[in-house]
Design a binder for this molecule. Structure first.
Ligand SMILES: [Zn+2]
Length: 437
C-alpha cells in the first residue's frame, strides 16, 4: 500500500502566521509531524480529502488556525511541589490554553542551577503535551551571590537564565551574568523589582494600599531595577529581558533603551494588562496577590500602550500555581502568584483584541514568533518543515472560566466566573492532537 500523502489536513480555516506575514483562508497540510504545505487553492482539497479518514481531516471553517502559542514565563512546581503542579500537569494545562511550548522558571526545590536538574525537568517533559524549555538560575541557589555554571546549563539545553521570584540585587553579579550570557548568546531575564524597596510589600504602593493599610511595593522599585539593568546591558553589550513589566516608568525606560539600540526585550502578563489594584479591597481575593503587584489604572494604561507600540515584545502568563491551603488565608499571608496558562488567550481576545488595542495578527505575534525570537526557540511559525505545532481557535466562542475545568493541579485564578470571548478548540503538537474541547 502506498504511504499516505498527508497525516492531517486542517481545511478552510483563517490561517494567521505573523512570521510569514500570512493571514487568509487556507488549508494546512501536515506530514510526519511537520508542516508540509499551506494552500489557498480550494479545489485541491477535495482530491486530498479522498485519501483521509475522519480523524485526519479537520474542517476549520469559521475558525482561526495559528502557530502553537509560546509562553516564556511558566512556573512548573516539579521538583519540590508536585501537589501544586508537575511538568506533566503544567503541559496539559498549556495544551488546553493553546500553548505548545513553554519556558519553565528555575525556582523549584531544589532550584534549577545545575545540569542534573535541567536534565530532570527535560526527562519529565519527554512525553508531555507541550515542549518544555528550561530557564536556569543565574546564581547558585538563586541566592544572588555566586553565578551558576552558566556554560554547563547552556550545554545541557537551558535557553536563558533568571533568578525569577527575586531580583538579582547585586549589580556586580548582574554585570558578570550579562557578560557570561553574552558568550553563550542567551538573554539574562530579570524579575525587575528592587528587593529593598519592596521589602515586606503586599500590594502596589498607592492610594489603595494606604486605604487598606497594606504595605506597598512602589512603582519606582521597578523603574530603578529596569534602569540599572539597562545601564549594565549597555556596558556589557549583553542581552537583557525584563520579565512581567508593570509600570509606566519601566515601559518608558525600555522604550528609550530600544531607541538607543540597546539589546533589551520585555514581556507583560495578562493580569498587568487587565487588572488594577482597586480590585483588591473589594473581596481580598488572595489570587490577586502577585509580584510585581497589579498596579494603578495609569500604569495599566501604560503597559497597554507599550504593548501596542511594540515596546513590549511579548505576552507571558507568569503561571504560578499555589495550593488551596496556601491561598486560603488572609490577603497579606498568601504567597504571590496566580495561574494563567488556561485563561491567557481568552483574556487577550476579550480585553485586548475586542477593545481594539491589537489585531489578531499582532496579538498572535506576541504569543508566537516574538517570544520564540527572544529565546531562539524553534516554532512560533507554520513555515514549511516547521514542527506541526498548531492551535485552532474559535474566535467568537463565549465561555465561562470554571475552577473544575482547569487541567492545572492548582486553581488559584482570579478569573473564575469571568466570561471570555474566544476559546481554544484544538491544540496540535508535532502533528498529534493533544487537546480538543
Ligand atoms: Zn517574577
Amino acid at each position: 500500500m502506498p504511504s499516505k500523502k498527508y497525516d492531517l489536513v486542517i481545511a478552510n480555516g483563517r490561517v494567521i502566521d505573523p512570521a510569514l506575514g500570512f493571514g487568509k483562508e487556507a488549508h494546512v497540510f501536515v506530514k510526519d509531524g511537520k508542516i508540509a504545505k499551506i494552500e489557498k487553492e480550494s479545489a485541491s482539497i477535495t482530491r486530498e480529502m479522498k485519501s483521509l479518514s475522519d480523524e485526519q481531516f479537520i474542517d476549520a471553517t469559521g475558525k482561526l488556525v495559528v502557530p502553537g502559542l509560546i509562553d516564556i514565563h511558566v512556573h512548573l512546581r516539579e521538583p519540590g511541589r508536585e501537589d501544586e503542579e508537575t511538568v506533566e500537569s503544567g503541559c496539559r494545562a498549556a495544551a488546553s490554553g493553546g500553548f505548545t511550548s513553554l519556558c519553565c522558571m528555575p525556582n523549584t526545590t531544589p532550584c534549577i542551577d545545575n545540569q542534573e536538574t535541567v536534565k530532570f525537568v527535560q526527562d519529565r517533559a519527554k512525553n508531555a503535551d507541550a515542549r518544555v524549555y528550561v530557564i536556569g538560575a543565574i546564581t547558585k541557589g538563586r541566592l544572588g551571590v555566586e553565578l551558576s555554571e552558566i556554560g554547563d546549563l547552556v550545554n545541557m539545553g537551558a535557553v536563558g537564565i533568571t533568578d525569577d521570584g527575586t531580583y538579582l540585587q547585586d549589580a556586580q553579579v548582574m554585570r558578570h551574568a550579562l557578560e557570561y550570557a553574552k558568550m553563550f548568546d542567551i538573554p539574562v531575564m530579570q524579575h525587575a523589582e528592587d528587593s529593598q524597596l519592596c521589602d515586606g510589600a503586599i500590594m502596589n504602593e498607592s492610594y489603595e494600599s494606604t486605604r487598606l493599610g497594606l504595605r506597598g511595593a512602589p512603582p519606582v522599585a521597578e523603574e530603578i531595577a529596569v534602569q540599572r539593568d539597562i545601564s549594565l546591558c549597555r556596558l556589557t553589550g549583553g542581552r537583557l529581558h525584563i520579565q512581567h513589566i508593570s509600570t509606566r516608568a519601566g515601559v518608558d525606560a525600555v522604550r528609550r533603551a530600544k531607541a538607543e539600540g540597546i539589546n533589551v526585550t520585555c514581556e507583560v502578563t495578562p493580569h498587568h494588562l487587565i487588572l488594577t489594584d482597586d480590585e483588591i479591597g473589594k473581596a481580598f481575593n488572595t489570587n490577586l496577590r502577585v509580584n510585581p503587584p497589579i498596579r494603578s489604572e495609569a500604569d495599566r494604561e501604560a503597559v497597554v500602550e507599550g504593548l501596542i507600540d511594540g515596546t513590549i515584545d511579548c505576552i507571558a502568563s507568569d503561571h504560578a500555581p499555589h495550593s488551596e491551603e496556601e491561598k486560603d488565608c488572609e490577603f497579606d499571608k498568601a504567597p504571590p502568584g496566580m495561574i494563567g496558562l488556561e485563561t491567557s488567550l481568552g483574556l487577550i481576545k476579550t480585553y485586548i483584541i475586542d477593545k481594539g488595542y491589537l489585531s489578531w495578527a499582532d496579538a498572535i505575534a506576541k504569543m508566537t514568533v516574538n517570544p520564540a525570537r527572544i529565546l531562539g526557540l524553534p516554532g512560533g511559525t507554520m513555515a514549511i518543515d516547521s514542527p506541526a505545532d498548531i492551535v485552532i481557535i474559535n474566535p467568537d466562542k463565549k465561555w465561562t472560566v470554571r475552577a473544575d475545568k482547569f487541567r492545572s493541579l492548582s486553581k488559584n485564578s482570579p478569573y473564575i466566573g469571568w466570561k471570555l470571548n474566544a476559546r481554544v478548540e484544538k491544540t496540535i503538537l508535532g502533528g498529534r492532537i493533544v487537546y480538543e474541547v
